[in-house]
Design a protein around this ligand. Structure first.
Ligand code: UDP
Ligand code: MG
Length: 313
């Protein structure tokens, strides 16, 4: 019977007590109007306010409300992974719990999906967030869009619609939820975006600050590496290795020239040595990091990304 559910709304949340009931009523209204069978899966990512209690009440009143309660805060990516795995709809819509996304727009995302896409991302066209958020976000979107061929304006928006297969195939860990469209695109899924209205956060506080820009760009390095070089690490390491070798070779050739043709002493030139050393060291560090990411990716098991205290089904 579960397999008959058409639509799953997956909502990761952390300390959103004041938003949950208004969110539920807006959602219910929008979903009932769509006339499809649905479930709403709230994933509580270790809230310490009254969120869990509020969710239990919603669940008691409506059996289409499902609650996954994490033992502690594992992050939005893990919450999405859990939501994907524990939901059943043929189509999955993710959204934030802070009412910044308008449930009435779900129909718009679904309409676009049915034009033949596998993933539809919402584009917060006139974003209602402070400049300290929108500016780094612009930089981030521009970098990601220009370095991948994924032409989206708003990668990090939590409001998206997916066909079930997409949610089954993308491997998410760390903070990779920002790159779901990139990961899906690189697997050959058809992705697109639609403009949506964006609202100011109604209650509670934002959980992310400017720190996410740096982490986001590092994650981007991982995505590029995993998707382009994971299967051919030698293309990356080989090229860099040869370049470094050639630099060392040139320096040593120069040293040999000084020693044998100009008869100079070269044992007292520590600077060049230092240069070579630090270059090698830098490379070592980067490649160690990338190898770590590779292992992380290969040993990824979604059920180890979080721990569930309780499920209200
Ligand atoms: N969130 C989460 N776990 C976290 C941080 C955030 O589940 O560790 C949820 C949060 O409750 C919200 C969504 O992720 O539903 C987006 O967070 P937020 O609104 O703080 O981000 P912003 O809109 O400010 O970028
Ligand atoms: Mg928000």
């Amino acid at each position: 019977m579960r397999e008959d559910i058409e639509l799953s709304i997956v909502i990761p949340l952390l300390n959103e007590e004041a938003n949950l009931k208004p969110l539920y009523s807006e959602l219910k209204e929008a979903l009932d109007a769509l006339g499809r069978s649905y479930e709403i899966v709230f994933v509580d990512d270790g809230s310490t306010d009254g969120s869990v209690q509020a969710l239990a009440e919603l669940h008691a009143a409506d059996d289409r409300v499902k609650v996954v309660e994490f033992r502690r805060n594992f992050g939005k990516t893990a919450a999405l992974t859990a939501g994907f795995r524990l939901s059943h709809g043929q189509i999955v819509v993710t959204m934030d719990a802070d009412l910044q996304d308008d449930p009435a727009e779900i129909g718009v995302l679904l309409g676009k999906l049915e034009e033949g896409y596998d993933l539809v991302a919402a584009w917060r066209f006139e974003r209602q967030d402070p400049l300290s958020k929108t500016l780094p976000s612009r930089l981030f979107n521009w970098t990601v869009a220009s370095l991948t061929r994924v032409r989206l304006h708003d990668f990090n928006c939590g409001f998206k619609a997916y066909r079930r297969l997409v949610t089954e195939e993308v491997k998410l860990y760390g903070e990779l939820h920002r790159f779901i469209p990139v990961l899906a695109f690189l697997k050959g899924f058809r992705i697109t975006e639609v403009k949506v209205v964006h609202r100011p956060r109604r209650a509670g506080q934002s959980k992310y600050g400017i720190g996410r820009l740096g982490r986001g760009l590092l994650d981007f390095l991982t995505v590029i590496f995993l998707t382009t070089y994971l299967k051919r690490p030698l293309h990356l390491f080989g090229t860099a290795g040869i370049a470094v070798f050639l630099v060392g070779f040139a320096i040593n050739a120069y040293m040999a020239y000084l020693r044998f043709f100009l008869d100079q002493a070269i044992g007292t030139r520590p600077l060049l040595l230092l240069g070579v050393l630090s270059m090698l060291l830098g490379l070592q560090i980067i490649s160690t990091g990338l190898l770590g990411e590779m292992l992380r990716n290969l040993t990824f098991r979604p059920e180890e990304e979080y721990s569930i205290r309780r499920v209200l089904d």
